[in-house]
Design a binder for this molecule. Sequence first.
Ligand code: AKG
Ligand code: FE2
Length: 258
Amino acid sequence: MSKWIQYALVPLTALTNPFQLMWEGWSSSHQVDMPNMLCGPSNYTTEIVSLDPLAIYINGFMSSWEVAYLRDLAESQETFMHHEDKHPDDKNYASRRIASSCYLTMDDPVVQCIIQRSTDFVGFINHDGFEQLQVVKYRENERHDPHHDWFASPPKMASGLTCNRAASFFAYLGDDPEGGETCFHHLYPAPQDADPAKFSNINSDDGLGFATKPITGNAMFWMNLHANNTGDLRVQHSALPIRSGTKYGMNILLKRCF
Ligand SMILES: O=C(O)CCC(=O)C(=O)O
Ligand SMILES: [Fe+2]
């Protein structure tokens, strides 16, 4: 196609872009500050915090506008409820999540935008879409005990395929509480020059592990499955109890069916 035809098509595609149409319909019914809201390129930066298993710390994965929007969206859902959950793999084990949570509707334009950004981030990683985004809220003393996000006995779908969680993002949606760090118990500790505002080490017997502090807009990404689709025990993690304040976060879970 000649360059000139391509240029001529740009305004046309902008007009017919389904996201834009959906956005325009939506924004006219909600009085929002549109320029800050568009699903433009995100200026996040990354730091590899573990090579094997792959784990990446993401600075500025979400804008403060997106964070505020997603929190409001979660708080407006009737399903945003407090509960104490056992891990699906081990209901007798004391591992628990004491928090409130809800799933977000997938047809929201900001949710779509975050899914698109996450899809771009995972690049060539073999996957089959994302689970519904899940917002989690912890109040004082609430926590999530050590667990892994993958299922030991993944559910079989009607199609006969088995789906598991190939990778996880956990994004921090505020309020920058005290406590509430996410601990990775079996990864190598943070080096001495790691930024103490973001990372701390944990006093484990084997010297392994580090924790990331909840900083609004930042996120952790890590792989859950080995190449043969079995779960990687090394990505066990937990959320330490909140000492003061409230913590919001969001699970963005990458599915793989096999
Ligand atoms: O709250 C956190 O820091 C981690 C949450 C988590 O691991 C989960 O919800 O599966
Ligand atoms: Fe988790």
